[in-house]
Structure formats: C-alpha cells, structure tokens
Design a protein around this ligand. Structure first.
Ligand code: G3P
Ligand code: MG
Length: 389
C-alpha cells in the first residue's frame, strides 16, 4: 500500500513583471476613485501580479494614507506597496536631531508625519507666525487657523532691539541663543504660499539659518557663487517637482513645483540669482528623479518577495530580478519621463503607460513619449499583461 502522494497544490507563481501606479489622475481624482481603478487592481491581486503605488502626493502618514486608499478603492493595500513624495525623507538621519522646518499640508499633519519619521525638533511656519504675526502681516486673517495647531518655538525668534537700525548687529545672535534652522523640508503643497515662502526666504537670506537675521553675503552680487553657503544656510529639500497635477477642476492645478518656481523667482529677484552668480542650492526629489525610482524599485522588490513568501515559494531571498515594470501615470513630466529615464541596476525594463484620465490632455503630443497611450488604468493593465506575454 503506497499512500497516495498528497497532491501538493502548486501555489500560483507570481509572474516576473510588475506595476507601479501613480495615484492622482490614474486611480483617484481629487480623492474620488476613478471608475476602473478597483477592477484593475483587484484583477492584478487575483493573479498575484505585484504592484506598488508611487505618488508625488503626500501630506499624511503612510499608514493613514494607505488605509484611506484601501477603503476608497476597495482593495487591500499595505504600506509595503506604497511610496509617497516624502517617504524618502524618513532616511534623512543627519537632520533627525536638528531644528528643521516642515512646510506644507493641512494643519499640523506634516509635522506629525515628520515626528513619526524620527525628527525630534520639527518646526512649522505656523509656529513662527503665531510667535511673531508681524513677520508677515498678510496672513493675519488666518491667525485663528494657525493658533489651533501652532506650538511654542524651542528657542526665541531673533528680533533686534528696536533701537538698532540694522537687523544684523555686528555680533549676530548664536544658534545657541536663538531659533535657527538646519534644514527645511517641503513635505506637501503649502496652503499659504505667502507665509511659507517668506519663512523659507528669510532663512535662506539669514546668517547661519538664524531667523530674523539678514546676511549681506547672500544677496551681495559682488561675491559671485558665494550666495549659498551650505555650511551656514539651511539645507532645502522639495519632495515633489510637479508643476501641474490633476485635481477636481477640469484643468490641471499648480502643484509643489509651482510653489518652488515662485520661491526661486523671489530668490532671484532678491539676490540677483544666476545672473549674479548666486544660485539657490536645493534638492528636488519625487518623480521623475532617479532617487525616487530607485527607492520605488527597492520597495517593489521587497513587496514581491513578501507576496511569493506568502505563497510558500522557496528562495525568495535571491529571486531573479523582475523582467519588466509597467509605470502607469497621467503626467508626462513625472511618470512617463521618470520611467523612460530610469535605468534599473538590476536590468529590469521600465515601460511607461500614459492614461487620459489626468494631467495629459487627449489628442495633444505628450512632452515625453510613453511606451503607449491608453484610455485609463484598466486599459493599461490589459495592455501590459498582453505585452508581458
Ligand atoms: O500633489 C500631488 C500631485 O503633485 C501629483 O500626485 O499621485 O499624480 O503623483 P500623483
Ligand atoms: Mg498623477
């Protein structure tokens, strides 16, 4: 009697291709799910085809945003398959115990996200404004809004004694005695461009990041290429380059890239800018830049290994790399350009699929040529599954 071999259900193997989905304009539009989004994602989950969500959006913690998207799209998602604009800020360890300015988003959301990333001294423009409303008189109509979440400053703001005419006495205050900023992180779209832009500009024109001081060096065109003293000026990070994004209005709206352009314009006017050899040193992360796609590819590989592990597939630690990743996006400048430019260190081919449900206007020539143009996210999945063979 030879016991019948227990028929081992060979778990369905996930294929060697995967997806990266942009969110705004592909899966949702102004937080409302797009019609075919649920069908597209649940089809992939049934066939165990790995995917991640890769967005230039943000403003909430990863867990909170993923729970919200799971509910809205009626698809089970987890933070391991999610990369938002400021997710990589969590790795800025050198600034975690420094005073940093957190810019953008609703209320205190982004500060709390930053604290969740481990930033111990996260300050917001609201804190500065509530401490000294006269630093920007045009935001006084919003004072009650700011008072609801502003916190006391960890150190006093430098305000020169009224007697001295120059805001920068011969002995400027020190970083020990007054509020200074080591880094400034734009997490999400600012709601009050005027206030946020002015706080950033004040810090960039200050002496060693000490707000309330003014350093002639930084606007002295006579000193070419000395406008931005990395050691003395706060480091500046943006998390999203998007000039436009797809919101509820039928035309694209200005995104964080629009805010950055406004700051750059005011900086150039105030310092003479590139013409005077004074440039604004900054780092702009997010799609289409390589760091973001590298970060996303790592997260996709980890998610795929977890998926295969769940199916009991052995050797998930040294899987052969994905053959293809299909980037599905609505913005040629970020989604398409980024996927087209990205060269995977693992030899994975990234293909770009442009949908007509967001920033891209049907019938126009996209500024960056995608692998293909499709109606919507479901058509993108169907095209890709066929292409993957
Ligand atoms: O603020 C969000 C916007 O810039 C674009 O988001 O999801 O289309 O990358 P997304
Ligand atoms: Mg988009």
């Amino acid at each position: 009697y030879v016991p019948a071999r227990r028929f081992i259900h060979a778990p369905p193997r996930t294929p060697d291709f995967a997806f990266a989905f942009d969110i705004d304009g592909v899966l949702v539009r102004a937080s409302t799910p797009l019609p075919r989004a649920h069908a597209a994602l649940s089809y992939l989950q049934r066939r165990r085809i790995p995917f991640i969500l890769l967005t230039n959006g943000g403003g909430k913690g990863e867990r909170e945003r993923v729970a919200e998207l799971s509910r809205k799209l009626d698809v089970l998602l987890d933070t391991g398959m999610f990369v938002q604009s400021h997710t990589p800020f969590a790795e800025l360890d050198e600034y975690k115990d420094e005073p940093v300015l957190i810019v953008g988003g609703e209320g205190d959301n982004c500060r709390r996200v930053a604290e969740g990333y481990g930033f111990t001294t996260a300050i917001t423009p609201a804190d500065i404004f509530v401490a000294a409303p006269h630093m920007w008189p045009f935001s006084t109509p919003f004072l009650d809004y700011y008072r609801a979440f502003a916190r006391p400053l960890p150190k006093p703001l430098y305000i020169p004694p009224t007697s001295s005419s120059s805001p920068s006495p011969s002995q400027p205050p020190s970083r020990e005695t007054h509020l200074s900023l080591t880094a400034m992180l734009v997490f999400n779209d600012p709601r009050d461009w005027g206030l946020d832009l002015h706080v950033l500009l004040d810090a960039l024109l200050s002496h060693a990041g000490i707000l309330g001081t003014f350093s002639p060096r930084n606007n002295d065109a006579a000193l070419p290429n000395r406008g931005y003293q990395q050691d003395a000026q706060p480091a500046l990070f943006f998390s999203n380059p998007d000039l436009w994004w797809a919101a509820a209005w039928h035309l694209p709206r200005l995104g964080q890239g629009g805010f950055r352009e406004a700051l750059e314009g005011v900086w150039a006017a105030a310092t003479g800018g590139e013409k005077a050899g004074v440039s604004l040193h900054k780092k702009v992360w997010g799609k289409p830049w390589r760091e973001t796609y590298l970060f996303a590819e790592k997260r996709l590989a980890a998610h795929r290994a977890m998926l295969l592990g769940q199916q009991g597939v052995a050797g998930v630690r040294n899987l052969a790399p994905l053959r293809k990743v299909y980037m599905v996006g609505d913005n040629p400048e970020s989604d398409i350009r980024g996927a087209n430019m990205y060269e995977s260190p693992h030899g994975t081919e990234w293909r770009s699929l442009l949908v007509k449900t967001g920033v891209y206007q049907d019938g126009t020539t996209p500024s960056y040529t995608p692998t293909t143009i499709v109606e919507d996210v479901e058509a993108a999945v169907q095209w890709a599954v066929k292409d993957a063979g």
